[in-house]
Ligand binder design. Structure first.
Ligand code: SF4
Length: 380
């Protein structure tokens, strides 16, 4: 029997993509093979990207809040966490949290991204309370808060169901959920890098429940450590399956592993080539997720900019106060100005579009740039 060549297999995949047919596990593995030309994988991803999002290059004006870095868990890839009595450990006061809200609003932010550690001594009420005080003080600021791993911790603390917890948080002002805590779902890897935290089944239960309650959520994959191509494609297929069921994921964010100061410091950072290949394959496999984000903090600005031609349609935001990846050695700036992020998108040949968390166009008054309003959803 004559074995199909790389070109034959690529042609079959191209036919599928052009016919809007779904790619299989085997297709995904083939696209990860080093012999499969990266530029061709990128070209296919770009086709899907432009079909869904046109020439838009999205960004938002956002800030991060990590209320505590003290964490009961010890994920091997994490450089952010601290022990309870470590001098590096902190837990923010209400006043400090509200000050961050004030700063965000004064800088025109539309979103606050809130994630942190699972503090040994803070009760469930503290986590709900801080959403509530922020929302009461700054009701227009969208609060995208708590990963599936944190919601699972709240189950332990409160003895409530996932649904009850999410209802409490929505009542307090939660606007949506970030996609963290997904790491790599496959147990072969998950047991080695974060054995104690929510497993894949729990992570999906939480996101499914959030979607059923009308919350939009994001989803992520931490790659470039001990996983292989099979684990990555398996991860993407699991996400695609839930998205078929609920349609609640807005954005997929492939997160490039940063080894510095982690339990995996002996590993090398993933290469820009793996970053771009993973971005493109994510766009191709997740045919039902509207947005793919090139998170510039982790990728570096140059790779994130290039990723806008490899399937990504979003650079994330201006990002004030990012700690998690800078603790792990990210050398990117701590914040980008709006002019800078727009320049990066334009230089990549895309049209910069400011969006809010729910991907609606943000309109600003040129004379009062801190004031903003939103229009209709932006999908083309
Ligand atoms: S990744 Fe999150 S859960 Fe794991 S140790 Fe770090 S802060 Fe804790």
């Amino acid at each position: 029997m004559i074995r199909p060549t790389t070109n034959d297999r690529l042609r079959l995949i191209r036919d599928k993509v052009e016919a809007r047919q779904r790619l299989s596990l085997e297709d995904g593995l083939f696209l990860y093979e080093p012999a499969t030309p990266l530029n061709e994988v990128g070209e296919l991803a770009n086709l899907v990207r432009e079909r869904i999002n046109g020439n838009h290059g999205y960004y938002n004006i956002n800030t991060h809040l990590n209320p505590t870095n003290i964490c009961v868990y010890r994920c091997t890839f994490c450089a952010f966490r601290s022990d309870l009595r470590d001098p590096k450990g902190y837990a923010m006061s209400d006043q400090q949290i509200l000050e961050r809200g004030r700063e965000a609003v004064e800088n025109g932010c539309t979103e606050m991204h809130i994630v942190g550690g699972l503090h040994h001594q803070r009760g469930y009420d503290w986590y709900v309370h801080l959403v509530r005080i922020l929302h009461e003080a700054y009701p227009k600021l969208h609060l995208k808060a708590w990963t599936g791993v944190e919601i699972n911790w709240f189950e332990f603390l409160s003895k409530k169901s996932v649904r009850e917890i999410l209802e409490d948080l929505i009542d307090a002002g939660l606007g949506s959920m970030p996609g963290g805590g997904a790491e790599i779902f496959h147990p072969e890897v998950r047991h080695k890098i974060c054995e104690h935290k929510a497993d894949a089944g729990k992570w999906f239960e939480i996101h499914r429940t959030a979607h059923q309650l009308g919350l939009k959520t994001n989803c992520t994959m931490l790659y470039g450590h001990i996983e292989n191509a099979y684990h990555r494609i398996d991860h993407l297929l699991r996400l695609r399956e839930l998205q078929d069921e609920t349609g609640g994921f807005q954005t997929f964010i492939p997160l490039a592993f940063h080894p510095e100061n982690t339990g995996l410091a002996h590993l090398k950072k993933p290469s820009a080539l793996l970053d771009l290949r993973t971005m493109a394959i994510s766009r191709l496999m997740l045919d039902n997720v509207p947005h793919i984000k090139a998170y510039w903090i982790m990728l570096g600005i140059g790779t994130a900019q290039a990723a806008l031609g490899y399937g990504a349609d979003d650079l994330d935001g201006t990002v004030r106060h990012e700690l998690i990846y800078h603790d792990a050695g990210a050398t990117t700036p701590e914040v980008l100005s709006v002019d800078e992020i727009r320049r990066l998108i334009t230089a990549a040949g895309r049209e910069p579009v400011e969006r809010d968390t729910l991907y609606r166009r943000v309109q600003r008054d040129a004379d009062r740039p801190r004031e903003w309003s939103v229009g209709e959803p932006l999908l083309v």
